[in-house]
Design a protein around this ligand. Structure first.
Ligand SMILES: NC(=O)c1ccc[n+]([C@@H]2O[C@H](COP(=O)([O-])OP(=O)(O)OC[C@H]3O[C@@H](n4cnc5c(N)ncnc54)[C@H](OP(=O)(O)O)[C@@H]3O)[C@@H](O)[C@H]2O)c1
Length: 316
């Protein structure tokens, strides 16, 4: 399995993993078990996805069946926005580990560089973006405080690697001014309509591995009624490269990313599609076609918190 070597720990992160956002709660345990059985070794979860207990059940079943050992899996989770205060970080990470039934995460990411008012998990979990009255409440926790607590998770063995998600250059550069433990991974929206070259280049410069999410562009947002732009699955450039390679459009979109050195975490609630997505690194896209796909970039961002509240315009 192709991997990316993480800088500080030397740990190998699979280039292709399985994404858990919108994996239905009642099928999640079985889907995770089957994903592991099919060969996935990286699971990309988050407290916000509301299915960590079920994902953990799937992992437990795979371990019990002897399909994998814990150390052969790479499990990622993310810290939600309402838990950025120093003391909430550890409490939440411990709760998430207990939901999964794990002793440690291989990677724990700050989901967004956005701090929202604390919501006690006994009151509502996952808390999502809004207070009980449907309004957004921000909280003044600087990222430096959150990062210090993230570093303590590494010190205590609760996370092997820590990283960021949805952060831009200036914030990353600032974090390097104070970080005792550098971020190992940055997870960002990445597809041919949003190629993010300068940010990917900055990560390369700093030795941060990049994971791209929503590799299929608008497709993931169709089920939420939030899709924008023309489907990449029907775009002439993608369909013609797929035809010439004898591959599916999704395999082309995933390979385009991994060939750029960017890890991917496609999600599917369908077993055949999940299996097909994993098989995306056994061919190469010719350089001319790689360029054609990259030239589709139009800066189209589908996951932008500014659409929830203008005070959350982190990509402005
Ligand atoms: N850090 C963040 O803020 C963030 C944000 C978004 C996502 N993520 C992570 O990234 C993962 C992937 O991103 P994503 O969930 O947005 O979307 P995605 O993997 O780009 O796309 C998922 C969509 O594509 C469909 N699909 C999957 N495989 C297919 C195939 N072979 N043929 C046709 N359709 C296919 C799925 O439908 P079916 O399920 O019906 O197959 C679903 O509608 C997430 O699950 C999550 O782990 C992170």
């Amino acid at each position: 399995m192709a991997t990316v070597v993480l800088k500080r720990t030397g740990q190998k992160m699979p280039l292709v993993g399985f994404g858990l956002w919108k994996v239905t709660k009642d099928t999640c345990a079985e889907t995770v078990f089957n994903a592991i059985k099919a060969g996935y070794r990286l699971l990309d979860g988050a407290g916000d996805y509301g299915n960590e207990k079920q994902a953990g059940e799937g992992v437990k079943k795979a371990l019990a069946a002897g399909i994998v050992k814990r150390e052969e899996l790479f499990i990622t989770s993310k810290l939600w926005n309402t838990f950025h205060a120093h003391d909430h970080v550890k409490a939440l990470a411990k709760k998430q580990l207990s939901d999964w039934g794990l002793d440690y995460f291989d990677l724990y990411l700050v989901h967004f560089p956005i701090s929202l008012k604390y919501v006690d998990p006994t009151h509502r979990y996952p808390p999502e973006w809004f207070g009980d009255d449907g309004k957004v409440y921000t909280q003044n926790t600087p990222l430096q405080e959150t990062w210090k607590a993230m570093e303590e998770l590494v010190d205590e063995g609760l996370a092997k690697n820590i990283g960021l998600s949805n952060c831009q250059g200036s914030l990353i550069i600032d974090l390097f001014r104070y970080a005792r433990i550098e971020p190992a991974v940055l997870q960002i929206e990445h597809h041919p309509y949003l190629t993010q070259e300068p940010l990917v280049q900055l990560c390369k410069t700093f030795g941060i591995a990049v994971t791209g999410y929503s590799s299929f562009g608008p497709q993931s947002y169709v089920e939420l009624g939030m899709a924008k732009g023309t489907s990449l699955f029907e775009h002439d450039v993608i369909t013609s490269v797929a035809k010439s390679q004898g591959r599916s459009v999704t395999q082309i979109l995933l390979r385009w990313a991994t060939q750029r050195g960017i890890a991917v975490v496609p999600k599917s609630n369908n077993h055949d599609r999940l299996v097909q997505n994993l098989d995306c690194n056994t061919f190469d896209i010719p350089e001319a076609d790689m360029k054609k796909i990259s030239s589709l970039n139009i800066g189209l961002r589908l996951n932008d918190p500014a659409e929830i509240d203008p005070r959350l315009a982190i990509f402005a």
